[in-house]
Design a protein around this ligand. Structure first.
Ligand code: AMP
Length: 114
C-alpha cells in the first residue's frame, strides 16, 4: 500500500470500485471513464508504478495477470477479441502510477492504437 496511490486505495476498499474479478494477488474493476463498451483495469495488489519497474523479482505478477485476462474478458462478456494496453510515463499519458492493464473490448476497435 502506497500512500496517495488511487489504485492502492481501491485495493484497500477506501475508494469504491465496480469489481470484475478479485483474488489474493490481483484486482480487476471497471474503468470509471470507459473508452469501449467493456473497459476493465487489471492491477496487481502489490504496488508497481509502471512497466519501467518490472524486474526479475516482480515479473511473475505480470505473467499471472496475463494468465487471468482471458477469463476476466470472457466473464465480462467479451466474445470477439480485446485489446490490452498499459501506459507508462508522461508521453503515454499515464495518469495513475500503479501499473494497470486496460482491457478494451465489446465492439470493433480502431485499427489505430494512438
Ligand atoms: P492511465 O491513463 O493509463 O493511467 O489510466 C488510468 C485509468 O484509470 C483511466 O482510464 C481512468 O478513467 C481510470 N480511473 C481513474 N480513477 C478511477 C476510479 N476511481 N475507478 C475506476 N477507474 C478509474
Amino acid at each position: 500500500m502506497v500512500e496517495n496511490c488511487l489504485f492502492c486505495k481501491i485495493i484497500n476498499g477506501d475508494i469504491p470500485s465496480k469489481k470484475a474479478y478479485e483474488d489474493d494477488k490481483i484486482l480487476a474493476f471497471y474503468d470509471i471513464a470507459p473508452q469501449a463498451p467493456v473497459h476493465i483495469l487489471v492491477i496487481p495488489k502489490t504496488h508497481i508504478s509502471c512497466a519501467d519497474e518490472i524486474n526479475s523479482s516482480n515479473s511473475s505478477i505480470v505473467a499471472y495477470i496475463f494468465e487471468k485476462i482471458p477469463f476476466i474478458a470472457k466473464e465480462a462478456g467479451i466474445e470477439n477479441g480485446y485489446r490490452i494496453i498499459s501506459n507508462c510515463g508522461p508521453d503515454a499519458c499515464q495518469s495513475v502510477h500503479h501499473i494497470h492493464f486496460h482491457i478494451l473490448g465489446g465492439a470493433q476497435l480502431s485499427e489505430k492504437m494512438a
